[in-house]
Design a protein around this ligand. Structure first.
Ligand SMILES: [Cu+2]
Length: 507
């Protein structure tokens, strides 16, 4: 595959097996504080309440100033006084104990996104996870799984409060090493993308044209007639969220340490979209991304692309061969967002000068590029149809979201599950999006296989979040292999907070 700005990718013999078999992980390039930085807080935790065993990690939730650029200091709730939260490296199958200290006045939930952990650990009040009390603490123990790039974040709903939920700085990466983890790359760099200083606006169009077009006319008719009827009743457009500052690893473009590389290096980027609401893109002029994992799960076909796109909470792991020396801006395709900070400088050894940005080639982001060609997934035992719709401005000026006509209650009461699973059976979620928004759809405590999207069948791609295009459909298959209440929701904070959630249980 040849892109406008890059040389041809000639390493067609690349195999994922090589990635799994080669030498041990290099941690030298990790940009984030390493877990040993926890030790200061650990001792504090122990002195407050003597315990039989020291926790492996302590995460302290507090409000503190974060400097995102020189003299640009914001105040957000965060983990251990830094943003992003510390990189937590775990070993698949090796039990771990974590103390979570909540120094704020608000009960909190810490969600282990992408892991298969029990309901008591998962970090979702809707499933029944106990809160970390205000000015209190919780000790949890669990066995990390599955291996790969995961993350942790608050699972509080924010509603109209733009300092709560994931509008805050409560996001941190997790890497779970496989038992025989190895890689054919030289270094590993974690990038957490996150906006700050949110404000509300009315309406605003979501960019759609980076996904393959696959509009379903009946869904479009349904969505457009609902919107027309609402506007005809004199309703304004519902609130949307915009941001004033944009960061990678907590620093605005030009104000963080550059990613320093050498010609010929293969750098494995682990990119996390930690946004509360936004879809992000990422390009590095003159370079290609060889995507080896989506949401931390290895893909069957490690294809190269010029641009990465990530919905809220999605992760992409991609190897870049450093074969185009210079000083570059790796950043979002959106000029406004990039100029307000969404980028990081990539600097080759021996190169000097002002970082350069070059407009990226146009390229559709299609999960199927990374699927196994010709493979077919097994049929499900049962299919659940789900239609997502928007009631424009129906909830105090916010859009209300429904799944099959029902909005999840705005109150914090526990409600019964609407979908019922039997352990061991294979289920298909057939998603119909009767709205013009893209929804990053997330299933807790399970991975799903993408079996149909953009009108095409697919197999072999395992994810925990998938972007469902406006007026599009997708099929997600999963095996009910993790008993307990299981939350399903759109990961866009404004959508999940205003109805776009439902529960599965095991019967
Ligand atoms: Cu959504």
């Amino acid at each position: 595959m040849i892109f406008e700005w890059g040389p041809a990718m000639n390493d067609l013999s690349y195999s994922r097996r090589t990635f799994l078999k080669a030498a041990a992980i290099s941690t030298g390039a990790v940009l984030l504080p390493r877990p040993d930085l926890f030790s200061q807080n650990q001792s504090a935790a122990v002195s407050e309440q003597p315990r039989s065993k020291t926790a492996d990690y302590t995460i302290r939730i507090n409000v503190s100033p974060i400097e995102i650029a020189p003299n640009r200091i914001i105040s957000v709730t965060n983990y251990n006084g830094i943003f992003p939260g510390p990189l937590i490296r775990l070993k698949e199958g090796r039990p771990v104990t974590v103390d979570i200290m909540n120094d704020t006045g608000v009960p909190e939930q810490l969600h282990w996104h992408g892991q298969m952990v029990p309901v008591e650990i998962d970090g979702a009040a809707e499933e029944g996870t106990p809160y970390i009390p205000a000015h209190g603490k919780r000790r949890i123990s669990f066995t990390p799984r599955p291996a790969g790039f995961r993350f942790y974040h608050t699972h509080n709903r924010a509603g109209a409060n733009l300092s709560a939920g994931q509008y805050s700085g409560q996001v941190g990466p997790v890497y779970i090493e496989a038992k025989n983890e190895a890689g054919n790359y030289d270094r590993e760099v974690f990038l957490v993308l996150k906006e700050f200083e949110p404000t509300f606006s009315r309406g605003g169009d979501v960019q759609q044209n980076f996904l393959p077009p696959a509009t379903v006319n009946s869904l479009q008719d349904q969505g457009e007639s609902a919107m027309k009827a609402s506007l005809a009743r004199g309703m304004p457009h519902g609130y949307e969220v915009g941001y004033n500052s944009f960061t990678i690893n907590g620093r605005m473009l030009g104000h963080g340490e550059p990613v320093r590389v050498k010609q010929g290096e293969r750098v494995l980027f682990h990119v996390l979209n930690g946004s509360a609401t936004e879809i992000r893109s990422m390009a590095l002029p003159g370079h290609a991304f060889r995507v080896i994992a989506l949401d931390g799960n290895p893909v069957p076909n490690a294809a190269s692309v010029p641009v990465l796109w990530l919905g809220t909470a999605e992760r992409v792991s991609a190897i870049v061969e450093m074969n185009h020396p210079g000083v570059w801006i790796m950043g979002d395709l959106d000029d406004d967002d990039r100029n307000h900070g969404m980028g990081v400088v990539v600097e080759y050894a021996g190169q000097k000068g002002k970082p350069q940005w070059v407009k990226a080639p146009s390229h559709l982001w299609n999960y199927l590029h990374f699927a196994k060609p010709g493979a077919v997934s097994p049929p499900p035992d049962e299919t659940f149809d789900m239609t997502f719709a928007k009631d424009n401005a129906a909830e105090s000026g916010f859009n209300r979201w429904t799944i099959n006509g029902i909005a999840y209650p705005m109150s914090s009461e526990m409600i019964p599950a609407r979908f019922h699973l039997k352990e061991g059976r294979r289920y298909r979620l057939r998603l119909h999006n009767a709205s013009d928004d893209i929804h990053p759809i997330h299933l807790h405590r399970h991975s799903f296989e993408l079996t149909r999207i953009f009108g095409k069948a697919s197999a072999g791609i395992l994810k925990d979040v998938v972007m469902l295009g406006g007026y599009q459909e997708a099929d997600l298959d999963f095996v009910a292999n993790d008993p307990g209440m299981t939350l399903f929701h759109c990961h866009q904070q404004l959508h999940m907070d205003f109805g776009f959630m439902t529960l599965f249980d095991y019967v």
